[in-house]
Ligand binder design. Structure first.
Ligand code: ZN
Length: 418
């Protein structure tokens, strides 16, 4: 397990590798004994709210925990700067990054956005090589060399001619996260090529040796090395093709599956020299219908541009952007369905009276998400006098609110808390 020491929580570590509770990378934390996890994604009845968002306590069985080798990453991360500073730097960055034709094609063809929507929303491309050139141009737009300190995504690399500023993260499509006063406070990257990962259960060890050409249907493949009861074997695996091995008596022995890793990542540089972590607090995203955006001044809340008495909430930046355009409502995009406490204060500041949750249509059938909805209803009933509703639709009409809108439908709204 790869861990990073949390400076503000002695004895606690951020889990850089897979969280044993939710299976995602980054943001969740584990204690020194590896017995308690503060998971940010998988709800439990035992939780507390922090600047990171809601943290759910999960106790691991100390005997069942595989005592994997713990690697602690030393971090020289700088504390994240306040939003007005992040906005200044990220706005400068929008002038220096472009949107590749590959990504604008994706937004047009797969997301059904118009050129004008794409333009005003300021999506960008994180390029592959020579990022230091962009970091340098961003610096030139700012007042001094220290302005990139404490800005997640930027960090210092040691070069042959001394240290220089550059940018972290995999290459991909970047989505800006906007505060209620239109400050850009962070970015998520939809990475072009998520790393392949092995999902192993039972008595088997293994690793990916090398990705090879995809199969005829475009599924990714890799050459892998496995060790089963002391015997090594090389196997070619295809993505999502799970292999399960049973003994002669029918008992489960092991299973192996090649999977595509996480697609969306925060743009963050907390593990790098002079970098900064995106957390504390993690950003949320407020989306307005795109025609409002050119009139939305930085530093101003949007009530004069749009009625904010009813605000919708979904997961992720692109769903919020598309939901706002389809329903002509302000839309919050949460970093995860469990992170609704993040938007309590912003909702109050907007003068919201009615919150409508529009999570994916399969959310009511997944037990954990169902539990999250219950907790969310409790939270709003306890902390606000806002009405809370749930947007519902038949999953056959689309999974997310964005798919539903693409197919020309609007959801039904049913009240959860009066
Ligand atoms: Zn977790």
């Amino acid at each position: 397990m790869k861990l990073r020491r949390l400076r503000k929580q002695p004895g606690w570590y951020e889990i850089i590798s897979q969280c044993p509770v939710c299976g995602h990378k980054g943001w969740c934390a584990i204690d020194h004994d590896q017995t308690t996890v503060h998971c940010m994604r998988q709800p439990s009845d035992d939780y507390f709210d922090s600047t990171m968002g809601r943290q759910y306590r999960h106790y691991l069985d100390p005997h069942a925990v595989p005592k994997t080798k713990v690697e602690i990453v030393l971090s020289n991360a700088i504390e994240k700067k306040p939003n007005y500073h992040l906005n200044r730097v990220y706005r400068a960055l929008t002038h220096e990054l472009t949107l590749s034709s590959f990504h604008s094609d994706h937004l047009r063809n797969s997301r059904h956005l118009t050129d004008e929507m794409i333009y005003v929303r300021e999506y960008r491309t994180m390029p592959g090589p020579e990022r230091y050139k962009i970091a340098k141009k961003v610096l030139n737009r700012l007042s001094d060399q220290n302005d990139l300190l404490g800005v997640p995504g930027f960090y210092v690399e040691d070069g042959r001619y001394g240290p220089y500023w550059t940018m972290a993260g995999a290459s991909g499509l970047m989505f800006p996260f906007r505060s209620i006063t239109n400050e850009i406070t962070g970015w998520q990257i939809r990475v072009d090529s998520p790393p392949l990962e092995l999902d192993l259960e039972g008595s088997v060890k293994g690793e990916i040796l090398q990705e090879i050409e995809p199969d005829l249907t475009g599924k990714r493949r890799a050459k892998c090395l496995f060790e089963v009861s002391g015997k090594e074997m090389e196997v070619f695996l295809t993505e999502k093709d799970k292999k399960v091995c049973h003994s002669k008596s029918g008992q489960f022995v092991y299973s192996i599956e090649l999977k595509q890793g996480q697609r969306y990542w925060w743009w963050s540089s907390g593990s790098k020299d002079n970098g900064a972590s995106i957390g504390g607090p993690i950003p949320y995203h407020l989306a307005l219908p795109y025609p409002c955006l050119p009139y939305w001044k930085v530093g101003e809340t949007p009530e004069s541009l749009i009625d904010c008495s009813e605000v919708w909430v979904t997961e992720g930046p692109i769903k919020a952007d598309k939901g706002a355009d389809a329903l002509l409502k302000p839309f919050f995009g949460l970093p995860g369905v469990g992170s609704y406490p993040l938007i309590l204060e912003p909702l109050k500041q907007l003068g919201c009276k009615h919150v409508v949750l529009a999570f994916d249509a399969d959310s009511v059938t997944i037990p954990e998400v169902e539990r999250t909805l219950e907790l969310c209803a409790e939270f709003f009933a306890l902390n606000t006098d806002m009405k809370l509703s749930l947007a519902l639709w038949d999953i056959a009409l689309g999974k997310g609110i964005d798919d539903l809108a693409d197919n020309g439908y609007i959801p039904q709204v049913s009240v959860m808390v009066e």
